[in-house]
Write a new protein. Sequence first.
Length: 226
Amino acid sequence: MYITPQDELLLEYQGIALTCPHCQTLTHLTAVAIPKFDDLNRGKPKNVGLVFRCDACGEPVFLKFAVKAFTPARIELAPNYVEIERARENFPLTYLPEEAEGLFREALNCYAAGCFNAFGAMSRRTAQSLFRELGEHGKLELFDTLQEIRTLAELDDDTFAALRAVLFGSDSDPWPHQPDLEPQRAGVLLEIMRDLLYQTFVRKARLMQAMTFRRFVAPTQATTQA
Ligand SMILES: [Zn+2]
């Protein structure tokens, strides 16, 4: 991938596809603002910022690329990029207890910003808040749910041990009491948190809502039909 002396961006392969931060669709991008070849060659910055347009919704997407080489014929960019604005992770937060809702919202923001250890720390605080809220029995139930997820998702022992330490470890454990999270493990933790919170709160609340709805609706229909 490179910028030509004519200020054009030439892409190899299929171009760039990502989840749009605005419409959340996995989509292709079209470059709309490319820095000038001459300006770049003069300043020789380490990184170059480009503006793309989402092919699905037309909103701007900002990406930053490291420069691999400046030559008279082209400016070569590294194929991987940094998303300046990442797609938000959605979760029906209102089903969570108030304190956990605030903490997990912040955890999701950390994840979207690519701050994965901060995401781990906020996930742990969310878990701690839930243990306090649900008591010892609730904590054991959460642990059982985590074990279930481990089996369903076929998590390997190392990943499971690391994520269990993040969520169920104690702040009084010997240093480092929380393992480091690289992007891949953070991604797994995100899916575990989603499933854990969904199983514990959202599923029950939605089932209760549906039951209440049926209790109101079903008898009325039966009378009309009879
Ligand atoms: Zn879009």
